[in-house]
Write a protein that binds this ligand. Structure first.
Ligand code: 5GP
Length: 188
């Protein structure tokens, strides 16, 4: 059976940087250990506490380009000056085994997955307001001002695209957002 026919269990979670995707996904995985989260490849430098192979596969640009050239990525995009992509093989293995798979990726990647896996469930996580999002991005304190500005500009574009998604979850109260996500994914 082609993989595109097995993707009822593929969920794509997208939303602007700083909206709280990471925290929500961590909570979701604590509650549903069988849910498999794809580990992305990136050219971004590790933030403090991030481990290679756990949070991301950290690559030099040449390594990332080689992965793209050999078709090793299911989707990839540039975001705020760095490249990010989903390694193809592990996702295909999980889907073929019927396991639920979650991709936490940005908008361009979500659009690519929509073309490859039209049946995947696409969920957009939105902030209660743009002001709240800006506070969260600045409060994280991990990025330089230039990177913050790039992330804010990109966040505006991403928010405008939320109508493309199957569902929009507002991340105002984390517990409420978690329950909404579980229900959409059939995990409740
Ligand atoms: P961060 O640098 O904050 O970890 O991630 C920046 C953005 O890249 C986030 O919106 C995150 O969802 C997105 N991202 C992470 N991994 C991937 C990926 O494999 N593909 C795509 N397209 N975006 C990703």
């Amino acid at each position: 059976m082609p993989l595109s026919e097995t993707c009822a269990r593929l969920t794509v979670l997208t939303g602007p940087s700083g909206v709280g995707k990471g925290t929500l996904v961590t909570r979701l995985r604590e509650r549903h250990p069988s849910l498999w989260l794809s580990v992305s490849a990136t050219t971004r430098s590790p933030r403090e506490g991030e481990k290679d192979g756990v949070h991301y596969f950290f690559h030099r640009r040449e390594q990332f380009d080689a992965l793209v050239a050999e078709g090793g990525l299911l989707e990839w995009a540039e975001f705020a000056g760095n490249c990010y992509g989903t390694p193809r093989h592990p996702v295909e293995v999980r889907l073929a085994a019927g396991s639920p798979v979650l991709l936490e990726i940005e908008l361009e990647g979500a659009r690519q997955v929509r073309r490859t896996f039209p049946d995947a469930q696409q969920i957009f996580l939105a902030p209660p307001s743009f002001q709240v999002l800006e506070q969260r991005i600045r409060g994280r304190g991990t990025d330089a001002e230039e990177a913050i500005q790039r992330r804010l500009a990109r966040a505006k574009q991403e928010l405008e695209a939320k109508g493309e998604f199957d569902a929009v979850v507002i991340n105002d109260d984390l517990d409420v957002a978690l329950v909404a996500l579980e229900s959409l994914m059939g995990l409740a």
